[in-house]
Design a protein around this ligand. Structure first.
Ligand SMILES: [Zn+2]
Ligand SMILES: [Zn+2]
Length: 313
Protein backbone atom coordinates (compact mmCIF):
# COMPACT_ATOMS: atom_id res chain seq x y z
CA UNK A 1 0.00 0.00 0.00
CA UNK A 2 1.50 3.40 -0.95
CA UNK A 3 2.43 5.48 2.06
CA UNK A 4 0.96 8.91 2.62
CA UNK A 5 3.50 11.75 2.27
CA UNK A 6 5.01 12.45 5.69
CA UNK A 7 3.43 15.19 7.69
CA UNK A 8 5.88 17.97 8.52
CA UNK A 9 4.89 17.70 12.20
CA UNK A 10 5.75 14.01 12.17
CA UNK A 11 8.42 13.39 14.78
CA UNK A 12 9.64 10.41 12.77
CA UNK A 13 10.91 12.61 9.92
CA UNK A 14 14.59 12.13 9.17
CA UNK A 15 17.03 14.92 10.01
CA UNK A 16 18.17 17.27 7.27
CA UNK A 17 21.75 16.68 6.07
CA UNK A 18 24.41 18.56 7.99
CA UNK A 19 25.18 22.02 6.59
CA UNK A 20 28.59 22.69 5.17
CA UNK A 21 30.83 24.03 7.91
CA UNK A 22 31.24 27.75 7.77
CA UNK A 23 34.74 29.03 7.16
CA UNK A 24 36.54 30.34 10.21
CA UNK A 25 37.46 34.00 9.85
CA UNK A 26 39.76 36.26 11.86
CA UNK A 27 40.54 39.80 10.72
CA UNK A 28 43.97 40.88 11.89
CA UNK A 29 44.47 44.13 9.97
CA UNK A 30 45.57 44.29 7.25
CA UNK A 31 45.17 40.53 6.85
CA UNK A 32 42.11 38.33 6.60
CA UNK A 33 42.77 34.80 7.80
CA UNK A 34 40.05 32.41 6.70
CA UNK A 35 39.64 28.70 6.35
CA UNK A 36 38.72 25.42 7.94
CA UNK A 37 40.88 23.50 10.33
CA UNK A 38 39.96 20.52 12.46
CA UNK A 39 42.58 17.92 13.35
CA UNK A 40 42.47 14.84 11.16
CA UNK A 41 39.54 16.16 9.08
CA UNK A 42 40.64 19.16 7.12
CA UNK A 43 43.10 22.06 7.24
CA UNK A 44 43.09 24.94 4.77
CA UNK A 45 43.93 28.53 5.73
CA UNK A 46 43.96 31.36 3.20
CA UNK A 47 45.33 34.89 3.52
CA UNK A 48 43.78 36.67 0.52
CA UNK A 49 45.87 39.84 0.89
CA UNK A 50 49.02 37.77 0.35
CA UNK A 51 47.71 35.60 -2.51
CA UNK A 52 48.47 32.44 -0.57
CA UNK A 53 46.60 29.54 0.96
CA UNK A 54 48.38 27.34 3.48
CA UNK A 55 47.44 23.69 2.95
CA UNK A 56 44.34 22.95 0.89
CA UNK A 57 42.14 20.60 2.93
CA UNK A 58 39.30 19.53 0.64
CA UNK A 59 39.55 22.82 -1.31
CA UNK A 60 36.48 24.81 -0.23
CA UNK A 61 35.39 27.16 -3.01
CA UNK A 62 36.34 30.29 -1.05
CA UNK A 63 40.07 29.54 -1.36
CA UNK A 64 40.12 28.98 -5.13
CA UNK A 65 41.11 32.59 -5.93
CA UNK A 66 44.43 32.06 -4.14
CA UNK A 67 47.05 31.74 -6.92
CA UNK A 68 49.48 30.01 -4.56
CA UNK A 69 48.97 27.06 -2.24
CA UNK A 70 51.76 26.17 0.19
CA UNK A 71 51.60 22.59 1.45
CA UNK A 72 53.24 21.80 4.78
CA UNK A 73 53.28 17.98 4.70
CA UNK A 74 51.70 14.99 3.06
CA UNK A 75 48.86 14.09 5.43
CA UNK A 76 45.60 13.66 3.53
CA UNK A 77 43.60 16.17 5.58
CA UNK A 78 46.02 18.91 4.46
CA UNK A 79 46.47 17.84 0.83
CA UNK A 80 43.37 16.01 -0.44
CA UNK A 81 41.86 18.93 -2.40
CA UNK A 82 44.92 19.54 -4.55
CA UNK A 83 43.67 18.00 -7.82
CA UNK A 84 40.35 19.78 -7.40
CA UNK A 85 42.17 23.09 -6.84
CA UNK A 86 44.14 22.69 -10.08
CA UNK A 87 41.06 21.64 -12.01
CA UNK A 88 38.56 24.20 -10.69
CA UNK A 89 40.72 27.30 -11.20
CA UNK A 90 40.69 27.18 -15.00
CA UNK A 91 37.09 25.93 -14.93
CA UNK A 92 36.15 29.11 -13.03
CA UNK A 93 38.10 31.27 -15.47
CA UNK A 94 41.24 31.71 -13.37
CA UNK A 95 44.83 31.10 -14.36
CA UNK A 96 46.42 27.75 -13.46
CA UNK A 97 47.43 27.68 -9.81
CA UNK A 98 50.85 27.02 -8.33
CA UNK A 99 51.38 24.58 -5.48
CA UNK A 100 54.51 24.97 -3.40
CA UNK A 101 55.57 21.92 -1.41
CA UNK A 102 58.47 20.37 0.49
CA UNK A 103 60.76 18.71 -2.10
CA UNK A 104 59.93 15.26 -0.69
CA UNK A 105 56.30 15.64 -1.81
CA UNK A 106 56.91 16.67 -5.39
CA UNK A 107 57.04 13.25 -7.06
CA UNK A 108 54.01 11.94 -5.21
CA UNK A 109 51.90 14.97 -6.14
CA UNK A 110 53.10 14.81 -9.74
CA UNK A 111 52.05 11.16 -9.87
CA UNK A 112 48.67 12.09 -8.43
CA UNK A 113 48.04 14.68 -11.16
CA UNK A 114 49.20 12.21 -13.84
CA UNK A 115 46.79 9.61 -12.47
CA UNK A 116 43.98 12.15 -12.84
CA UNK A 117 44.95 12.65 -16.49
CA UNK A 118 44.38 8.94 -17.05
CA UNK A 119 41.08 8.94 -15.18
CA UNK A 120 39.65 12.12 -16.73
CA UNK A 121 41.28 11.77 -20.16
CA UNK A 122 42.13 15.41 -20.15
CA UNK A 123 45.13 17.44 -19.16
CA UNK A 124 44.59 19.74 -16.21
CA UNK A 125 47.39 22.31 -16.14
CA UNK A 126 49.35 22.27 -12.88
CA UNK A 127 52.54 23.76 -11.52
CA UNK A 128 54.36 22.13 -8.64
CA UNK A 129 57.17 24.17 -7.13
CA UNK A 130 59.28 22.31 -4.57
CA UNK A 131 60.84 24.70 -2.10
CA UNK A 132 63.43 23.62 0.47
CA UNK A 133 63.61 25.19 3.93
CA UNK A 134 65.26 28.60 3.65
CA UNK A 135 64.67 29.02 -0.09
CA UNK A 136 62.50 31.91 -1.27
CA UNK A 137 59.85 32.36 -3.92
CA UNK A 138 58.36 35.73 -4.84
CA UNK A 139 54.57 35.38 -4.74
CA UNK A 140 53.66 39.02 -5.23
CA UNK A 141 55.53 42.24 -5.62
CA UNK A 142 58.27 42.29 -2.92
CA UNK A 143 56.57 39.49 -0.98
CA UNK A 144 58.36 36.17 -0.63
CA UNK A 145 57.31 32.76 0.59
CA UNK A 146 60.00 30.99 2.62
CA UNK A 147 59.64 27.56 4.26
CA UNK A 148 61.15 26.81 7.65
CA UNK A 149 61.80 23.47 9.36
CA UNK A 150 59.11 21.94 11.52
CA UNK A 151 59.00 18.54 13.22
CA UNK A 152 56.10 16.20 12.55
CA UNK A 153 55.60 12.44 12.05
CA UNK A 154 56.39 12.89 8.33
CA UNK A 155 58.66 15.40 6.54
CA UNK A 156 57.16 18.85 7.11
CA UNK A 157 57.77 22.57 6.77
CA UNK A 158 56.10 25.74 7.94
CA UNK A 159 56.01 28.91 5.84
CA UNK A 160 56.52 32.61 6.28
CA UNK A 161 55.57 35.40 3.94
CA UNK A 162 58.26 38.05 4.15
CA UNK A 163 58.13 41.55 2.78
CA UNK A 164 61.32 42.87 1.26
CA UNK A 165 62.00 46.40 2.48
CA UNK A 166 64.87 48.60 1.38
CA UNK A 167 66.19 51.73 3.05
CA UNK A 168 68.91 54.15 2.05
CA UNK A 169 72.08 53.36 4.02
CA UNK A 170 72.33 55.72 7.04
CA UNK A 171 75.69 57.15 5.93
CA UNK A 172 74.06 58.32 2.65
CA UNK A 173 71.08 60.04 4.23
CA UNK A 174 71.24 63.77 3.52
CA UNK A 175 73.80 63.39 0.73
CA UNK A 176 73.06 65.18 -2.59
CA UNK A 177 71.05 63.05 -5.01
CA UNK A 178 73.76 63.24 -7.74
CA UNK A 179 76.35 61.86 -5.33
CA UNK A 180 74.10 58.94 -4.40
CA UNK A 181 73.45 58.20 -8.09
CA UNK A 182 77.19 58.43 -8.82
CA UNK A 183 77.97 55.94 -6.08
CA UNK A 184 75.21 53.62 -7.25
CA UNK A 185 76.53 53.72 -10.80
CA UNK A 186 80.00 52.99 -9.49
CA UNK A 187 78.64 49.74 -8.03
CA UNK A 188 78.35 50.75 -4.39
CA UNK A 189 75.46 49.28 -2.41
CA UNK A 190 73.35 52.27 -1.46
CA UNK A 191 70.47 50.54 0.38
CA UNK A 192 70.07 48.14 3.28
CA UNK A 193 67.64 45.31 2.55
CA UNK A 194 65.70 43.40 5.16
CA UNK A 195 62.96 40.81 5.03
CA UNK A 196 60.12 41.43 7.45
CA UNK A 197 57.94 38.44 8.40
CA UNK A 198 54.27 39.31 7.96
CA UNK A 199 52.44 36.03 8.35
CA UNK A 200 53.80 32.64 9.41
CA UNK A 201 52.03 29.28 9.36
CA UNK A 202 53.59 26.35 11.15
CA UNK A 203 51.26 23.59 9.94
CA UNK A 204 51.37 20.44 12.07
CA UNK A 205 54.38 20.44 14.35
CA UNK A 206 55.71 19.17 17.62
CA UNK A 207 57.23 21.54 20.15
CA UNK A 208 60.91 22.49 20.11
CA UNK A 209 63.52 25.16 19.52
CA UNK A 210 62.77 24.97 15.79
CA UNK A 211 59.74 27.17 16.55
CA UNK A 212 61.67 29.83 18.43
CA UNK A 213 62.91 31.59 15.30
CA UNK A 214 62.42 35.23 14.24
CA UNK A 215 59.85 34.44 11.53
CA UNK A 216 57.65 32.73 14.12
CA UNK A 217 58.21 35.07 17.08
CA UNK A 218 58.33 38.38 15.25
CA UNK A 219 55.69 38.09 12.54
CA UNK A 220 52.53 40.18 12.49
CA UNK A 221 50.25 37.11 12.42
CA UNK A 222 51.30 33.68 13.60
CA UNK A 223 49.02 30.85 12.54
CA UNK A 224 49.90 27.72 14.41
CA UNK A 225 48.32 24.52 15.56
CA UNK A 226 46.92 23.59 18.96
CA UNK A 227 45.58 20.06 18.59
CA UNK A 228 45.22 19.29 22.29
CA UNK A 229 43.91 21.40 25.14
CA UNK A 230 42.90 19.00 27.89
CA UNK A 231 45.15 18.54 30.86
CA UNK A 232 46.83 15.17 30.59
CA UNK A 233 46.91 15.22 26.80
CA UNK A 234 50.35 16.72 26.64
CA UNK A 235 51.96 13.30 26.20
CA UNK A 236 49.61 12.57 23.34
CA UNK A 237 50.64 15.80 21.68
CA UNK A 238 54.28 14.74 22.01
CA UNK A 239 53.69 11.32 20.45
CA UNK A 240 51.73 12.71 17.47
CA UNK A 241 54.20 15.61 17.11
CA UNK A 242 51.51 18.16 17.73
CA UNK A 243 51.18 21.15 20.05
CA UNK A 244 49.31 21.30 23.34
CA UNK A 245 47.85 24.43 24.96
CA UNK A 246 50.81 24.41 27.40
CA UNK A 247 53.11 24.98 24.41
CA UNK A 248 50.95 27.83 23.18
CA UNK A 249 51.27 29.48 26.60
CA UNK A 250 55.07 29.30 26.22
CA UNK A 251 54.89 30.58 22.67
CA UNK A 252 52.62 33.51 23.53
CA UNK A 253 55.11 34.52 26.23
CA UNK A 254 57.83 34.79 23.60
CA UNK A 255 56.09 36.37 20.61
CA UNK A 256 56.33 40.11 20.03
CA UNK A 257 53.75 42.54 21.42
CA UNK A 258 52.47 43.20 17.92
CA UNK A 259 51.89 39.55 17.05
CA UNK A 260 48.42 38.03 16.78
CA UNK A 261 48.33 34.26 17.28
CA UNK A 262 45.68 32.24 15.47
CA UNK A 263 45.19 28.65 16.61
CA UNK A 264 44.10 25.94 14.20
CA UNK A 265 43.86 22.14 14.07
CA UNK A 266 41.94 21.72 17.32
CA UNK A 267 40.71 18.18 17.89
CA UNK A 268 37.01 17.62 17.14
CA UNK A 269 36.69 16.05 20.61
CA UNK A 270 37.28 19.40 22.27
CA UNK A 271 34.04 21.33 22.41
CA UNK A 272 34.47 24.98 21.39
CA UNK A 273 33.00 26.16 24.70
CA UNK A 274 35.61 24.19 26.61
CA UNK A 275 38.37 25.40 24.27
CA UNK A 276 37.34 29.02 24.85
CA UNK A 277 37.41 28.47 28.61
CA UNK A 278 40.72 26.60 28.55
CA UNK A 279 42.29 29.39 26.51
CA UNK A 280 40.97 32.11 28.83
CA UNK A 281 42.28 30.16 31.84
CA UNK A 282 45.75 29.62 30.39
CA UNK A 283 46.70 32.79 28.50
CA UNK A 284 47.54 35.89 30.60
CA UNK A 285 44.66 38.39 30.50
CA UNK A 286 46.73 41.14 28.86
CA UNK A 287 47.54 38.84 25.92
CA UNK A 288 44.23 37.10 25.52
CA UNK A 289 42.81 39.52 22.97
CA UNK A 290 45.71 38.68 20.66
CA UNK A 291 45.11 34.91 20.71
CA UNK A 292 42.30 33.57 18.53
CA UNK A 293 40.79 30.21 17.72
CA UNK A 294 40.19 30.11 13.96
CA UNK A 295 37.08 27.96 14.30
CA UNK A 296 35.49 29.88 17.20
CA UNK A 297 32.96 31.56 14.93
CA UNK A 298 30.94 33.03 17.80
CA UNK A 299 33.84 34.97 19.33
CA UNK A 300 35.30 35.87 15.95
CA UNK A 301 31.96 37.16 14.68
CA UNK A 302 31.53 39.36 17.77
CA UNK A 303 35.05 40.66 17.39
CA UNK A 304 34.54 41.46 13.72
CA UNK A 305 31.29 43.29 14.52
CA UNK A 306 33.29 45.45 16.96
CA UNK A 307 35.94 46.08 14.31
CA UNK A 308 33.21 47.13 11.87
CA UNK A 309 31.63 49.44 14.45
CA UNK A 310 35.01 51.05 15.18
CA UNK A 311 35.67 51.50 11.46
CA UNK A 312 32.38 53.38 11.06
CA UNK A 313 32.87 55.52 14.18
ZN1 LIG B 1 46.91 17.57 10.50
ZN1 LIG C 1 49.79 15.91 10.06
Amino acid sequence: MPQAPPDSQDASLPAEPARRPQLGFVYTPPFRVQGLSIAGEESVVAVPELDVCFDIGSCPKAVLPSPFVALTHGHMDHVAGIAYYFSQRPFQGMSAGTVVCPPSLRDGLDGLMKAWQKIERQKTPYTLTPLADGEMLEIKNNHFLRPFRTVHTVPSSGYSVLEKRTKLKPKLVGMPQEEIVRRKNAGEAIVDTRFVPLVSYTGDTGWGDHLLIPEVLECRVLITECTFMERGHRRRAGVGKHLHLDHIVELVEQVGDETDVILTHLSRRTHMNDARKALAGAIPADKLDRVHLLMDSRTNRERFAQQQAQAVA
